[in-house]
Design a protein around this ligand. Structure first.
Ligand code: ATP
Ligand code: MG
Length: 470
């Protein structure tokens, strides 16, 4: 196969390579994606040269023009610059050898073949020549093109050595299978299962990067099924792995919460690209195993799993080195509230219940509704249809109430200062009592959400508590 990617960067590298008498190749993800006719999601181009990578980067940058800044990573012997919207990285071809306890190899210069040997998968080991002798020739020592055609993830060399050397590759295998819709070749898959424990030498940050890429795929469930099947999931997200399985008692079973969770995740992914909404979907039932009880006559219950689940979110985020900022709070909030919309439609849809939900969900109400709808996974079509209809009703009510009362971005219409001023009392618990009475009155629909009504209510409430306005 011969292809010379149609972009000026490759012309320039070829020209400089010829002038400097260095061999250069495009390698890795760019080549894979180019052959697949797909845009590289990370927008990076890897160039491998037989020789000094940083020196080549500088020469190419000079050739392109003055304003290109080259960043050199001394410890890795690599260099990169930005060109148009690409990150172009240069590395000298290398041979690697690994030790037991680290995924960082010791490195010596090598040939193109050495460099291809150290690549993780056949589809990632493809190189395109940028040299005068064979421009555009695809160098494919491991049948990567064939594997792309058949949709197969396979290691170039012995999979046990590949995964034991750098166990992050196991996560990458699952990630590529999920993102590209490929399957992992049997020998490679069995090797991941054998080497799963080695994942312990990989940092949480690295694992999480791959987890997030799995989450971002069109059908994230594929990845979680593979992680579970290979034994990686119990090591990296035991809480989700534990959702697996069903128990039977007195002829009553419950659904397999692992498969249910994955369905909810896929449903959410179909409706939204938002990574954090997807995390909320993955974690929404996380506390079910811990809250599971068998109640004779009733069956299985998971009472309070939404509250306990919300409490578990920060711990899980911390362990995975996910951000502990408002993203975490958003996920925690959605997990905590995920039963509320459905509880609403099962009871009577009262204005005050709607108002309370709006108040607690705030601007995340639409995402919460989306999650809750994704949570309807019953196999019973009648039941699903009925739920969906009820949901339409809740949505309509939400809009009505929001237009009328604007509680979504609730701001107390009477502030603490005004209470202190009105009764001439010092700051203290009494102020809080009156404030929260006002909030409750608004949410219950006793008074409208406006200043005058809230002020009148404040006076009345104060009097009840033995205070006199000044
Ligand atoms: P994407 O950009 O979609 O994440 P990619 O294949 O470009 O996919 P990168 O992480 O950008 O992945 O790495 C570029 C190339 O470097 C890969 O195609 C692969 O050849 C090689 N590579 C990256 N990480 C590893 C690893 N852990 N072990 C072996 N080879 C790797
Ligand atoms: Mg890449």
């Amino acid at each position: 196969m011969k292809i010379f990617p149609d972009d000026r960067i490759f012309e320039v590298v070829a020209k400089v390579a010829d002038r400097e008498q260095v061999e250069a190749y495009v390698i890795g993800g760019y080549v894979r994606d180019h052959i697949m006719g797909r845009e590289n999601p990370d927008r990076d181009i890897d160039i491998v040269v037989i020789g000094d990578g940083p020196a080549m980067a500088r020469a190419v940058a000079r050739e392109i023009g003055r304003d290109i800044r080259v960043t050199v990573f001394r410890t890795f012997g690599t260099a990169m610059f930005r060109y148009r919207d690409y990150d172009v990285e240069f590395v000298g071809a290398r041979k690697e050898s690994y030790s037991e306890d680290s995924r960082k190899p010791s490195v010596i210069p090598g040939t193109l073949e050495d460099d291809q040997n150290r690549r993780d998968f056949t589809i990632n080991a493809l190189a395109i020549s940028l040299n005068k002798e064979n421009p555009g020739e695809v160098l494919d020592p491991f049948g990567g093109i064939e594997d792309i055609r058949n949709g197969i993830i396979r290691t170039p060399l012995d999979p046990d050595a590949t995964f034991s050397d750098d166990p992050l590759r196991m996560m990458r295998a699952v990630r590529f299978a999920t993102g590209l819709g490929f399957r992992i070749e049997e020998g490679t898959l069995a090797s991941i299962a054998r080497n799963a424990k080695r994942i312990s030498i990989v940092s949480s940050e690295r694992i999480t990067v791959e987890l997030n890429k799995i989450m971002a795929a069109a059908t994230p469930s594929t990845g979680f099924l593979l992680l579970e099947q290979t034994g990686l999931l119990p090591l990296i997200l035991p809480e989700i792995s534990k959702l697996s399985g069903v128990e039977d008692k007195d002829g009553k079973g419950h659904k397999d919460n692992f498969h249910h969770t994955l369905k909810v995740l896929d449903n959410a992914a179909e409706k939204s690209d938002d990574l954090w909404l997807r995390w909320a979907a993955l974690l929404h039932d996380v506390a079910k195993p811990l809250t599971k009880k068998f109640v004779p006559g009733t069956g299985w219950t998971f009472h309070g799993h939404e509250f306990l689940g919300a409490k578990m979110v920060p711990e899980i985020f911390k362990r995975l080195k996910l951000p502990l900022n408002d993203r975490m709070k958003y996920v925690r909030k959605l997990v905590g509230l995920h039963l509320r919309p459905i509880a609403l439609v099962q009871d009577e849809v009262t204005d005050s219940a709607i108002r309370r939900l709006l108040f607690e969900a705030g601007d995340d109400i639409d995402d919460l509704m989306l999650l809750c709808e994704a949570d309807i996974t019953s196999g019973n079509m009648m039941k699903v249809r009925k739920h969906r209809e009820n949901f339409a009703l809740v949505r309509r009510k939400l809009r009505e109430i929001e237009e009328k009362d604007a509680v979504r971005t609730f701001q107390p219409p009477v502030h603490g200062d005004e209470i202190i001023e009105a009764f001439g009392i010092p700051p203290g618990p009494m102020v809080g009592v009156i404030k929260s009475a006002i909030k409750e009155a608004i949410l219950d629909g006793v008074i409208p959400n406006d200043h005058q009504a809230a002020r009148d209510f404040m006076i009345k409430k104060g009097r009840e508590l033995g205070l006199e306005p000044r």
